[in-house]
Design a protein around this ligand. Structure first.
Ligand SMILES: [Zn+2]
Length: 92
């Protein structure tokens, strides 16, 4: 049986809609980090640290434009994960 793969774009009514898979999300007002429950291993670690860094930036009052913060955190996450592994701060 073929597995359902949601299209990345589809037309609903008269408008084009984009479908983005969400791995994680940080909600600042409610101080919540949401992680997709199907993530495992490296993807889970990567997404978890990524969202933690968003929360850290927020708590440290580092104010950047969303795109800029996303670029910094995306670049920093794998480097920091490797450092944390060497310090045995993670399970792997
Ligand atoms: Zn992000």
């Amino acid at each position: 049986m073929k597995r359902f793969k949601p299209p990345k774009q589809l037309k609903i009514g008269n408008n084009q809609w984009n479908v983005e898979p969400i791995y994680g999300c940080t909600y600042y007002p409610s101080k919540e980090i949401v992680i997709a429950c199907n993530l495992k291993g490296k993807d889970l670690e990567d997404t978890y640290l990524h969202e933690l860094l968003h929360a850290c930036f927020h708590e440290a009052d580092i104010k950047l434009q969303h795109k800029q913060e996303e670029q910094i955190i995306s670049a920093l996450t794998p480097v920091l994960l490797e450092v944390l592994r060497q310090c045995r701060w993670t399970n792997e």
